[in-house]
Write a protein that binds this ligand. Sequence first.
Ligand code: HEC
Length: 156
Amino acid sequence: MLKIVTKILVFSFFFTVMGGYSIATEKGVVTYEKDVKKVISEKCLFCHGSNSPTIDEFDKDKDGFKKKMKGPRMDTYQNLVIFVNGKDAGAVMRRLDDGKNTKDGKPGNMYQNLGKADNERAKNLEVIKKWVSNWTLKRKKELTKDELKAIKAIEK
Ligand code: HEC
């Protein structure tokens, strides 16, 4: 009897450990450093890089910068999360949505920059969605505290 109980315990311990392990490795945690930085630098920094204005500079002369094809700077984690869960929360989501969550069913105007073909865009969007965790197109003032907290956007 004791032997059986021991076996059950050993087995359940084993599966708990292995189960936890496979979840951690298969799903992984999507982080800025490991996954998102690469997508942003390949697809966005041409116009949102270190030569671009900060959001405060940008806001003072939007039209001027638009003409020069410059959007606000998103070259570091801190500069990017302004548009995810910071002052301009939800902006990345509103601009990158593929049309599934927008009112008019049209993709956000930065979605096209995610890749040359549909499958590349979908793949990169998926990475960013997982990173954001709570994909919402709401603006900062419409977000509840809990909704804001659910936007994870982990750095590393
Ligand atoms: C070809 C240049 C270009 C590329 C590439 C580009 N953007 Fe933009 N982006 C702009 C310009 C110009 C604006 C400002 C005009 C506008 O609001 O549409 C802008 C605006 C934005 C905004 C709104 C900022 C605000 O003040 O609310 C976000 C968010 C954004 N871009 C995200 C991205 C992301 C993420 C990528 C990469 C997938 C990207 N952009 C790629 C040029 C670009």
